[in-house]
Design a protein around this ligand. Structure first.
Ligand SMILES: [Zn+2]
Length: 412
């Protein structure tokens, strides 16, 4: 999971605070070996003398993030552990629960011997590893996370992620936002400067500090003057009137991510070239994931003239979609795919001057402008659930309105 910078820093501090033994360190910066060194006013003149007189800190706390691509040994080295401890620890089964993105707090002796290692797992438990004899012992306890409902609003100036960063909204919430409105808004092509949004979401806390985003509970997005709203209910998202926000087709075949979002604000000549070209081009970095816009069967997957590597999907009814110039194809002919499944990766095979996705939407075999086609609607909430839905939706929608109005006032 991705967290925003603010959240990452907060997490580091929260993890620190979570260790009882090291609670005294919790109010200072994570890299705090210098914290026990006395005031430095005389250091310049008497450095040699002081260096002898002041004992080196016997123990310190180090916090590091375990990152994608890290080897366990390399990572433990970064925590300041000595060689033999590293090789013994690398075999500790408890460390298998360590996932990229997790912060590990190590209480380490000055000789590199670990006193405790602790981290929050993906299943919200706090693992503590302590030395025992020649080996290590692991304690795992349920982390007492507290969930708070958080509200934020922001305005698009350059990209969705720039806007969420500015407001301190976690990446996980930005992705959920793009996902929830993925049937209404093409986040690669439709966003405009001045678009604005409001989100209500869960933020899980540990020891009073935010550690992880939860579910997006409600959202409003004003795109090119048009307002869409979503409220979480059951396992889906619905408009305040109970209409299902999940659509038979996604508006964009490109997966939304921090990498691909940078292309979002570039305008592409859609209407101007439509007549001759019968498709929509998405400029995107080679390797960007291309997803099925709807549930389908793979009708074709392979190389085809100017299309280069191309995937053609057959959907329900008369609909089919075409994804061309792929660098790599991820599906086989005849396979069933679900909406949002990866079917290939952006490239520039065939007649392409640069990496991009050529996307066609066909109705009964004829290419049509996806922006102009009336698409089938998804099933709304059943009548008997509407009462429960309204009860849940009302306070959330009220919050959205409150924040949207405050946000507007700020913009004026
Ligand atoms: Zn094209």
């Amino acid at each position: 999971m991705l967290l925003s910078g603010t959240l990452r820093r907060s997490l580091a501090i929260a993890t620190l605070g979570a260790s009882g033994a090291m609670a005294a360190f919790a109010t200072i910066a994570p890299r705090n070996e210098t914290a026990v060194v006395p005031p430095t006013s005389t250091v310049v003149e008497a450095l040699a003398l002081q260096a002898r007189e002041v004992p080196a800190p016997s123990q310190y706390v180090q916090i590091e993030q375990f990152q994608r691509g890290d080897t366990l040994a390399g990572f433990l080295g970064r925590l300041g552990l000595e060689e033999s401890a590293i090789s013994r620890l690398a075999r500790a089964p408890a460390l298998r629960a360590l996932r990229p993105g997790a912060y590990v707090q190590a209480d380490v002796s000055s000789d590199g011997t670990p006193k405790t290692l602790s981290f929050l797992t993906g299943r919200d438990t706090l693992v503590k590893i302590v030395p025992q004899g020649e080996g290590f012992r692991a304690l795992e306890e349920q982390a007492s996370l507290e969930t708070r409902v958080t509200m934020k609003a922001s305005v698009i100036r350059s990209s969705l992620f720039a806007a969420t960063d500015e407001a301190g909204i976690p990446d996980a919430i930005a992705m959920q936002l793009a996902d929830v409105f993925g049937g209404d808004i093409d986040f690669h092509r439709d966003l405009r400067k001045g678009d604005r949004f409001t989100v209500v979401y869960e933020l899980h806390h540990l020891g009073g500090r935010p550690v992880r985003a939860g579910r997006l509970l409600a959202a409003e997005f004003v795109n090119q003057g048009k307002t869409v709203r979503a409220v979480h209910f059951g396992s889906g998202y619905y408009a305040p009137d109970g209409k299902n926000l999940r659509k038979a087709f996604l508006r964009s075949p490109l997966e939304f991510s921090r990498v691909s979002s940078g292309f979002g604000m570039r305008r592409h000549p859609i209407q101007s070239t439509w007549r001759t070209h019968q498709g929509v081009d998405y400029a995107a970095a080679t390797g960007t994931r291309v997803r099925a816009v709807g549930d389908a069967v793979v009708e074709f997957a392979g190389a085809k003239g100017g299309y280069g590597n191309v995937v053609i999907l057959r959907h329900n009814g008369q609909y089919s979609t075409v994804y061309a110039h792929l660098s790599r194809i991820a599906v086989r002919r005849g396979a069933r795919v679900a909406q949002s499944d990866a079917i290939g990766y952006v490239g520039q095979t065939g007649w392409a001057t640069g990496p991009h996705l050529h996307y066609e939407f066909r109705v009964a075999g004829a290419a049509r402008n996806p922006l102009a086609v009336a698409l089938p609607a998804a099933t709304p909430l059943p009548e008997q659930q509407l009462g429960a839905f309204r009860t849940q939706a009302e306070p959330l929608v009220a919050r959205l309105e409150l924040l949207a109005n405050a946000n507007l006032a700020l913009l004026d």
